[in-house]
Design a protein around this ligand. Structure first.
Ligand code: ZN
Ligand code: ZN
Ligand code: FE
Length: 768
């Protein structure tokens, strides 16, 4: 009997995810040819659509190959197929892109230079030798140059560069690595560099990078127009120039990041684990906080008093060439003055950075969206993102449920906003501290870009319940203007909800929200909170006892005020003896004033903040009495504990008020005073203090479990950027049988607040 011929089929395949600008269509093209399938592939503003005809067997293999062997930078979220009868398609083609009204697509973050491109620009025989804008479908700028979707060259800032015949040939050839690489360019047709002085006057240079390298070796400061904005760079081995940069940037001691030419170089200066190596060399190429080796050539002014260095590898050809030419570790810090956003355009940069940089490396590829470098660390082999920006955003965080479209405006410090759509949470890149006009403008511009690119139309606006936060006020006027419901979210509930959401969880957990400041429902400043919370509601079940912050903001900047206020409140005036280290920061007049403020509650808010407790102990022990960057005292306390093996902890007590546990701290301070009297090593005091916070945590969590049976704890808040605290707490809770959820995609600090707000607002809307 003759075999029945297998009839062909037509498959309509839709692929959703990050599938544009990552070499996906050429991959499909080659795959179709390999399996002798006919049809076409097309980018829409929503997804990639493929129609292929062939035998069911080869179609099945084709589909399996898409799922398993797609290009490294593609991120597939869903593939759907529909089978119909064949219509006799011939050949295989890549059709031109189509915009679908209201549809949206996920966009790749910017990607660090790939190995192939690196060999191109290092090869003297290659036409892109030393060309600083070399890129391909596997690497290069993405979100920073996109003005609209679909992601095609005319809708990017590359539209003003007409490709030369050779570049066009690559762009049109589906078998080329640069097929439809939208930022494709070469020295003939693409963007170019120029070197100027700090007035913008061009300096003749045969090779800009070569000339700039000489200037860096002479100890000059250069502002470089990079991928997401300007960076300031100088020789990291010269304390002279690093100190000048600190003075001019008005940044006395906040650590600078450095860029090193290769992993081998990184190992010269730092200890690098496998997980840290993976993070450094990932396509996001973030700054990674690495344990620094002692007595290296890196100037102590780069990261004063710290045991860690923020290190990144070059992520654009320009960086690679500069690092190779100078053969120096280079400081790389955002091109801004103290707390302003990073500068983006040439003219703006010359105006704002002219007083900081001696020279400028400018270029003419416009930046559409501003991005800082991302900052990460590895704790217990898991990466923690401290600043989420380049390389990560705008890739969404997947939620464990579908949501309405919501705009959440975030916190005031370390602001990021968040839009939700379907089960995507588009948490924006780090915007900054919302305390000036520039940052608010940056917030507004970036938010409207997201709104436009992802075709968003929020039906509600969420904000922090603190009425005076700048983003909260902005949210209020925006909601009024657009007649949208405004949803207030308590700060620490948002912390825990964001941790839950990014872990794909939705059930009630014990939430530990330890941070510096957050507006409490009772009008006090919260920050050492144990909540029973899910993504919709929460109950405050325990907190550090309320203590006075004499002078409010002044106490935050001057932790000795907090230390004195706490001691005075808890143990009375008799413990404020002259030999106390924290008293060396005050004179008799200020000391009297602080006591009066506490007595009368004058400009002295009450706080349960864990961050302030760290401040108080740092000042009490004389480690840090005044700060000039956020969390400095707590960070220096953590650094002081370094190397101490002290296992003991101090005493504390737990009281009950209206069914809420209050952690009493008088004994803790009494014990530290005794230690100071006995001349105990500050390293051991710092270590025992860290142990005490963990001991408190374990005790409270166990009591809460006894009440309600919950065995899952979620950790959030800026205090968990402290490695010692984070590691100890995870280990101790796991030892008691708790499952511990931590942040991995959003920062533990206030950079996660918008995500939590969006999630809570979405669940509340569903409940209505
Ligand atoms: Zn490449
Ligand atoms: Zn060209
Ligand atoms: Fe917070």
């Amino acid at each position: 009997m003759k075999p029945i011929p297998v009839s062909g089929q037509l498959w309509k395949i839709t692929v959703k995810g990050v599938v544009q600008g990552v070499g996906f269509r050429p991959f499909i093209y080659q795959l179709a040819r390999k399996h002798s399938l006919c049809g076409w592939v097309l980018n829409t503003s929503g997804s990639v659509i493929i129609e292929v005809e062939g035998s069911p067997q080869s179609l099945a293999v084709f589909l399996k190959d898409i799922e398993e062997n797609h290009p490294p930078q593609a991120h597939i979220i869903a593939i759907t197929t529909e089978t119909t009868s064949p219509i006799g398609l011939k050949g295989f083609e890549i059709r031109s892109s189509k915009a679908l009204a209201g549809d949206y697509q996920l966009i790749s973050p910017d990607l660090a230079s790939c190995p192939e491109c690196r060999s191109d620009f290092y090869d003297p025989t290659n036409r892109r030798y030393r060309y600083p804008f070399t890129n391909c479908t596997n690497c290069g700028p993405r979100f920073t140059i996109i003005e609209n979707i679909p992601y095609d060259r005319p809708l990017t800032t590359m539209k003003s560069f007409k490709m030369c015949p050779e570049c066009q040939k690559e762009y049109d050839n589906p078998l080329d690595r640069r097929f439809h690489a939208q930022p494709n360019a070469c020295p003939i047709c693409g963007p170019s560099l120029k070197l100027t002085n700090n007035k913008g006057a061009e300096i003749a240079a045969k090779d800009v990078i070569d000339s700039a390298s000489k200037l860096l070796r002479e100890g000059k400061i250069i502002a470089i127009r990079g991928l997401g904005g300007f960076l300031l760079t100088c020789d990291a081995t010269s304390s002279g120039v690093v100190d000048i940069l600190r003075q001019r940037k008005k940044r006395p001691s906040k650590p600078f990041a450095i860029m090193l030419g290769s992993l081998d170089k990184v190992r010269e200066y730092c200890f690098v684990s496998t997980a840290e190596e993976q993070l450094l060399t990932s396509s996001a190429a973030p700054i990674v906080l690495l344990r620094s080796k002692e007595n290296t050539a890196i100037s102590a002014s780069v990261a004063p008093n710290l045991k860690y260095l923020g290190v990144m590898l070059p992520y654009t050809p320009l960086h690679h060439l500069l690092l190779a030419d100078t053969e120096l570790p280079l400081v790389m810090t955002s091109g801004n003055l103290s707390e302003e956003p990073i500068a983006r355009d040439n003219g703006e940069a010359l105006a704002r950075l002219g007083g900081i940089a001696d020279y400028f490396i400018l270029h003419n590829r416009e930046i559409y969206s501003t991005y800082d470098d991302s900052v990460t660390m590895v704790v217990k082999d898991k990466s923690v993102i401290l600043r989420r920006a380049r390389g990560y955003a705008p890739y969404p965080i997947r939620l464990p449920f579908k949501t309405e479209q919501i705009l959440a405006c975030g916190a005031e410090e370390k602001n990021a906003f968040c839009f939700t759509r379907d089960d995507n949470a588009f948490l924006s890149q780090h915007i900054g501290d919302m305390e000036n006009e520039e940052t608010l403008k940056h917030f507004e511009n970036t938010a409207s870009l997201y709104e436009h690119i992802f075709r968003l139309k929020p039906c509600a606006i969420a904000r922090d319940s603190h009425p005076d936060y700048l983003p909260s006020k902005w949210a209020e006027s925006k909601a009024a203007e657009q007649k949208l419901p405004l949803i207030d979210v308590q700060h620490h509930h948002a912390h825990i909800a964001s941790c839950l959401a990014e872990n794909g969880r939705d059930e009630a957990v014990i939430g530990l929200a330890f941070d510096g400041t957050g507006y409490g429902d009772d009008g006090h400043i919260w920050g050492g909170e144990f909540l029973i919370a899910d993504c919709k509601d929460y109950k405050r079940r325990a907190h550090l006892e309320y203590l006075p912050l004499p002078g409010g903001e002044a106490a935050v900047r001057k932790p000795y005020r907090t230390a004195i206020g706490y001691l005075y409140q808890l143990l009375g005036a008799e413990v404020l003896t002259d030999d106390l280290p924290c008293l060396r920061y005050v004179d008799a007049i200020e000391l009297g004033l602080i006591q009066k403020q506490v007595d009368k509650g004058l400009n002295t808010p009450l706080t349960s903040s864990c961050g302030r407790l760290f401040d108080a102990v740092a000042a009490l022990t004389g480690i840090c009495g005044e700060i000039n960057y956020s969390a400095q005292a707590a960070i220096e306390l953590e650094m002081t504990a370094f190397g101490s093996e002290a296992k003991e902890s101090y005493r504390f007590a737990i009281g009950q008020e209206n069914g809420i546990m209050t952690i009493k701290l008088a004994d803790l301070f009494r014990d530290i005073l005794t230690e100071l009297n006995n001349d105990a090593a500050t390293a051991d005091i710092a270590a025992r203090f860290h142990n005490t916070i963990t001991a408190i945590t374990v005790e409270v969590c166990q009591r809460l479990t006894r009440d309600n049976g919950i065995k899952v704890a979620a950790l959030s808040g800026g205090c968990f950027q402290n490695r010692r605290l984070l590691e100890n707490t995870i280990t101790a809770l796991q030892k008691c049988g708790f499952e511990v959820l931590t942040h991995n995609l959003a920062p533990p600090n206030d950079g996660c607040i918008a995500l939590g707000q969006a999630v809570i607002a979405s669940q509340k809307l569903k409940g209505e």
